[in-house]
Design a protein around this ligand. Structure first.
Ligand SMILES: [Zn+2]
Ligand SMILES: [Zn+2]
Length: 246
């Protein structure tokens, strides 16, 4: 077992894995599936504010996390067409349809970040929804109680899906499925070894560079444990590789 990564125990009642029997997606599965993958013609990660969510730190974090160039598009209102007045919520599938029309050919991912509340058919509300064939997703900050940590976790999880990464069923990992906010709060910000390998294969992110940027981001946020965790990953690698940090 790699240090700093924890294998999951069997799920407790009510947790995502107790309700949905999802199969493990190995690195080999991921590559064989033909992931939505970065190419010279298609490398941009676009964030589309819907309403007026605060985007600066989200963009910075996304850039550090995925190793992709990130651009924040000019804000626009959530789409009227998707609004359902009787419940004062937005239909997330309809929002996705609208966003899909906005994806330029050089965008690897376009993620809408909404401050309005979303729902999907049969569900009272949803935190996000994505469609990897169309390289588009949307997430809502409306139910996150203005927690930036939750917003960043949700954003990276949804973008992970659009990069074709399935739910993680083996490790504590940001790609774990969550049934409730409380369950999601128990998940870490980091990727497990297999999902990190998928990300690196996809975007070409350099592992040391990535952990360095994340450590800096976490430290500036006052998230000491996350910063220390990233620093340990770096240190472990510099010991393994016999290299020294300058
Ligand atoms: Zn998910
Ligand atoms: Zn994972």
């Amino acid at each position: 077992m790699e240090k700093g990564f924890e294998r999951l125990a069997p799920p407790r009642r009510g947790e995502w894995r107790s309700l949905f029997q999802e199969k493990e997606q190995t690195f080999e599965d991921y590559v064989a599936r033909g992931a939505n993958r970065r190419s010279p013609e298609r490398s941009l990660l676009l964030l589309q504010p819907l309403g007026s969510p605060e985007m600066g730190r989200m963009a910075e974090y996304a850039e550090a996390f995925f190793g992709l160039p990130v651009r924040v598009l000019p804000a626009r209102p959530l789409f009227d067409r998707a609004h359902v007045p009787t419940r004062d919520q937005y239909n997330s599938s309809m929002v996705l349809d609208e966003l899909a029309d906005l994806v330029p050919s050089d965008a690897l991912v376009l993620l809408g970040v909404a401050d309005g509340d979303l729902f999907a058919r049969g569900k009272p509300y949803v935190f996000g929804e994505g469609n990897l064939e169309r390289r588009v997703g949307v997430c809502s900050l409306a139910r996150l109680s203005a927690s930036e940590r939750r917003a960043l976790k949700l954003m990276t999880h949804e973008i992970g899906h659009i990069l074709s990464i399935a739910h993680c069923v083996t490790h504590r990992c940001v790609m774990q499925g969550a049934n409730t906010l409380a369950e999601s709060d128990g998940h870490p910000l980091h990727l497990c070894p297999a999902d990190l390998r998928k990300l690196e294969w996809n975007t070409g992110a350099d592992r040391d560079e990535r952990y360095r940027r994340l450590e800096k981001f976490y430290r500036r946020s006052g998230w000491i444990d996350d910063a220390a965790w990233s620093a340990r990953q770096l240190k472990k690698r510099s010991v393994l590789g016999g290299r020294r940090e300058g």
